[in-house]
Design a protein around this ligand. Structure first.
Ligand SMILES: Cc1cc2nc3c(=O)[nH]c(=O)nc-3n(C[C@H](O)[C@H](O)[C@H](O)COP(=O)(O)OP(=O)(O)OC[C@H]3O[C@@H](n4cnc5c(N)ncnc54)[C@H](O)[C@@H]3O)c2cc1C
Length: 404
């Protein structure tokens, strides 16, 4: 008899897991979402997919690019993927050295990329002030996707391989017996399971605490704005990241989306969010983004006078080391965790789904899972004060470290 596998959470990550599991025929797959697919954090993601060399996730990002093509072909569902290329902007000497290193690493790996002069960068992005940067590295692979459509494509693919997707069904707890997960409890009744994957985004910690599992995951407020810049930007305009200044951006419906990885990020208790928190945002915080917005306006002066069309403040969960939690839960057979994507969940979703499928299949992992072990923080993860301090620090610091 086929084993029963339940995935909790219908965000981009849960849907990718369901597709990977169903495609590999690993059992009867059921995905449970308490509201509608993508309604948690996924729907308001900026949807950037950025490749950079030598990082911890470069193979995962290359797999994401591969997956988008395969998934679109398989399902016929467009994802909004647009390969715009990405400019990494630098003005300080350490940042420039880092970009030069990127170029060396990219060449060694046989991946396209090149160092470019500020003038050429301004030729690629019409609103960039060349005098405000000293150098740039251009990576043509990167681009952006529509996270809701990407999620829908995973879900369509999962269904076509026999997975069942249940929306508007809240999971209320896990049923354990003899150190093994045996079922999940939902508002609509009990569902037997041989294997359960918790991919409930920032709500995962709360779901697992009653089972004695303390995830090193905490949410922070996370921001971007959409500015009505003039002149309007073409859809294909290159996207950009300025790691020293903790901002990134791209075109959005002719305007400019500018997002921030702020220092001393504001933590937020997932348990304190109103219920339901579906397709919901947090109030804007202009003071928090002001210093970073000013730095963005120094490089893109059109931002100074541009009306702000939208302020997106959504919760996203982070870990103390900026690496997701993916793998088997310690001490409970059949239970797997896949959460805390550190603001890269759309990008990492494909690799995350592959990793979970490898665990459940017991096959040789395509991606080294060691880095992602959910229990790597030990008992420290119980200490919520430590957790809040660590994630508040990792948002800005992690972004600089990953990018620089
Ligand atoms: C402002 C902002 C910008 C971002 N930009 C990018 C970007 O450019 N690129 C990128 O890669 N990433 C980006 N991210 C990060 C990305 O959006 C997230 O990492 C990703 O969406 C997380 O997906 P998820 O499936 O883990 O979580 P979610 O999308 O939150 O999905 C979890 C699901 O679980 C459901 N759920 C929760 N509890 C239960 C329960 N008890 N029973 C049943 N279902 C339950 C929820 O309803 C939800 O739908 C950004 C995030 C933010 C906030």
């Amino acid at each position: 008899m086929a084993r029963k596998i339940v995935v909790i959470g219908g965000g981009v990550v849960g849907c990718s897991i369901a597709w990977h599991l169903a495609k590999r025929k690993l059992g009867e797959v059921t995905l449970i979402e308490r509201d509608r697919l993508g309604s948690g954090t996924t729907w308001h993601s900026a949807g950037n997919l950025t490749w950079r060399p030598g990082g911890r996730f470069d193979a995962a990002v290359l797999y994401a690019f591969e997956t988008i093509g395969r998934l679109t072909e398989e399902t016929g569902q467009e994802t909004g993927w647009l390969k715009t290329g990405r400019l990494f902007l630098a003005h300080g000497s350490a940042a420039i050295r880092r970009l030069e290193k990127y170029q060396e690493q990219a060449s060694a790996a046989g991946v396209e990329g090149r160092m470019i002069e500020p003038k050429e960068a301004a030729g690629l992005h019409p609103l960039l002030e060349p005098g405000a940067i000293t150098a740039a590295w251009f990576n043509p692979l990167s681009g952006r996707i529509n996270p809701a459509d990407f999620t829908a494509a995973y879900a369509k693919g999962a269904r076509s391989h026999g997975a069942r997707i249940m929306e508007n069904c809240k999971v209320t707890g896990l049923s354990l017996s003899g150190g093994q997960v045996v079922a999940i409890e939902t508002e609509n009744g009990r569902i037997e399971a041989d294997e359960v994957v918790v991919a409930a985004g920032l709500w995962s910690r709360g779901l697992l605490t009653p089972a004695g599992i303390h995830l090193a995951q905490w949410a922070c407020e996370h921001f971007y704005v959409i500015a009505d810049v003039a002149p309007r930007l073409a859809r294909e305009t290159v996207s950009f990241v300025a790691p020293e200044d903790l901002f990134y951006g791209r075109e959005e419906v002719g305007g400019m989306l500018v997002g921030f990885f702020d220092e001393n990020a504001k933590t937020i208790d997932a348990a304190a969010l109103p219920e339901p928190f579906s397709f919901t945002l947090l109030p804007p915080d202009w003071d928090k983004i002001a210093p970073y917005f000013e730095k963005a306006a120094a490089i893109f002066p059109s931002l100074t006078a541009a009306p702000i069309r939208r302020f997106i403040n959504g919760p996203e969960s982070f870990t103390p080391d900026d690496v997701p939690l993916i793998g088997p839960a310690q001490g409970i057979a059949g239970l797997y965790i896949c959460t805390a994507l550190n603001s890269a969940g759309v990008t990492i979703s494909a690799a995350a789904g592959h990793m979970v499928a490898d665990f459940i299949a017991g096959t040789e992992p395509r991606f080294d899972p060691t880095l992602f072990a959910p229990d790597r923080f030990g008992d420290k993860a119980k200490d919520t004060d430590w957790l809040k301090r660590s994630v508040s620090d990792v948002v800005g610091r992690g972004y600089q470290q990953v990018n620089l």
